[in-house]
Design a protein around this ligand. Sequence first.
Ligand SMILES: [Zn+2]
Length: 222
Amino acid sequence: MSPAAGVAIRRSPRARRIQIRVAPVGGAVELVLPPGATRAEGLAFLKEKQGWIAERTANALSRVPFADGAVLPYLGGELTIRRTGRARPGARREGGTLHVSGRPEDVAPRVEAWLRRAARAEIEPLAGEKAARLGARHGRIAIRDTVSRWGSCSAAGNLGFSWRLVMAPREVLDYVVAHEVAHLLEHNHGKRFWAHVARLCEDAEASRKWLRRNGAGLHRYG
Ligand SMILES: [Zn+2]
């Protein structure tokens, strides 16, 4: 097999050396060529790194599509998706089961919509309560699907959160809300910022560690 089989090759004007990237979810391999590097040089590099690539792709997490029977993490527990096929559109949780109506192709968008609403229902009261504890006010809250960050706080005080946080343990979600709310007062990661975070949640360090270790895994779902 050619070393380039299944590898996406991309030229980047900003890259400074030949790079190989393996997506942590799905394991897609990309070869990045800097200006001046030839395709042959890139392929030689790929060949040289075959062992490393094989190891990385084997460790990459497989996707878990939102479909009948799939099991999702949910606030420290688990939810199993069951398609009910009943006509009334939507999703409804009953203990550890998420009943989703409709055709098979309706399941994924309905599960995601349900998780987005669940994320908002968890995050909004937490943000309000934590902001009040700091004597601050937050603006709008947006629930997004961001890859690079879990939360954001704009200069105007609008907050953004990934809906995937609802698949993290409750204390991790609580920490991310505390983090963004603390940015309402301190738009930096200085000493005073972390003191606010410490007032607003328990064991921020453990949650940060959890996100570093497991955060990419939340992107395998859906
Ligand atoms: Zn921050």
